[in-house]
Design a protein around this ligand. Structure first.
Ligand code: RIB
Ligand code: CA
Length: 309
């Protein structure tokens, strides 16, 4: 499998990258970056760090959008000031970013390998929307789009209570993306909430005797360490890793439903809410496979494989 990964890394993005880079038979062709969890410059630094930890500094990294298309964006600090659990010291970077803008790189890659590349969208979809507007054939040249984003029962994780973070950051970009791609697979915030990794499994991963597992433990300390957080975490949430799991091992999908989905662009409390047409009333063709149930044994195996090497 050949992957393009669009990311706002982000601790959970970093874990998803570890999974992809360690997965046998999978090649990460390029990583495109955008603002989201933290500002673009910090995201780039985090991606370069992951590539060094994984011994893959040759994977091309592209800098993309630093702001949404229309919305106002402010970083969230749940992942630490740097977005990576205040991870220090950073390894020296063997390579920097490529000169091309991320949106142009996406178009370029998709045109060079039409129908061959799976795009995993782990961030606000600004780069993807830009690529779509610059080249309307871009969606049809992508083999498959996997999205982490959206709230399917209006249980969001943002100030617009019904909106999930990646869509909330840039509702217009999510609207453009969902309405342009003929088909996407989507892992929502609620699917994330319904598939926590039990704390025993999380602890078993951090105890693996490898540099990768030490990195995993170090970046997650900021919200998993009882001493730092003053609470005892009961489980570990996996938003972007679940989406990456769906991309890498689609067989882990236990239940899904195919629907038409769009995005609310207005609303006092609901801007950025993903709207699902369950009964075909909008007379639009189905554009998303909404993943609702995931085999967590397969997920656990993917995480273990990523960290055991
Ligand atoms: O809502 C979860 C998503 O928002 C994840 O992609 C996380 O990294 C943040 O970007
Ligand atoms: Ca993310």
């Amino acid at each position: 499998m050949r992957l393009l990964i669009d990311t706002d890394a982000g601790i959970d993005d970093a874990v998803a990258l570890l999974m992809a880079l360690a997965h046998p038979g999978t090649t990460v062709e390029a990583i495109t970056t955008t603002y989201g969890n933290v500002a673009l410059e910090k995201v780039i630094r985090n991606v370069l760090t992951v590539l060094e930890v994984m011994g893959c500094p040759g994977v091309p990294v592209y800098a993309g959008s630093s702001q949404p298309l229309v919305a106002r964006w402010a970083a969230e600090s749940i992942f630490g000031d740097d977005g990576l659990g205040n991870y220090e010291p950073r390894p020296p970077f063997s390579k920097g970013v490529e000169p091309e803008h991320a949106a142009l790189a996406l178009i370029h890659m998709a045109n060079t390998y039409p129908g061959e590349l799976t795009l995993v969208a782990l961030a606000p979809q600004t780069n993807i929307a830009l690529a779509t507007r610059l080249d309307p054939t871009f969606p049809s040249n992508i083999k498959e789009l996997i999205i982490m984003g959206g709230a399917i029962t209006a249980e969001g994780n943002t100030d617009n209570v019904a909106a999930e973070w990646n869509v909330y950051c840039d509702p217009e970009a999510a609207y453009i993306t969902l309405n342009a791609f003929p088909h996407a697979r989507l892992v929502s915030w609620e699917t994330t909430l319904h598939h926590p990794l039990p704390i025993e499994d999380y602890n078993a991963l951090t105890a693996l005797p490898t540099p990768r597992a030490q990195f995993f433990a170090a970046i997650n300390r900021v919200f998993m360490d009882p001493v730092l957080t003053g609470r005892t975490p009961q489980h570990y949430l996996l938003p972007d890793p679940l989406a990456m799991g769906v991309a890498l091992e689609p067989g882990l999908i236990r239940h899904s439903k195919v629907r038409h989905m769009t995005v609310e662009l207005h609303g006092t409390h609901t801007r950025g809410q993903t709207v699902i047409d369950h009964n075909g009333r909008l007379k639009q063709s189905a554009n998303v496979e909404i993943v609702t149930e995931i085999d967590m044994q397969v997920m656990n195996d993917l995480l273990r494989r990523a960290l055991a090497g």
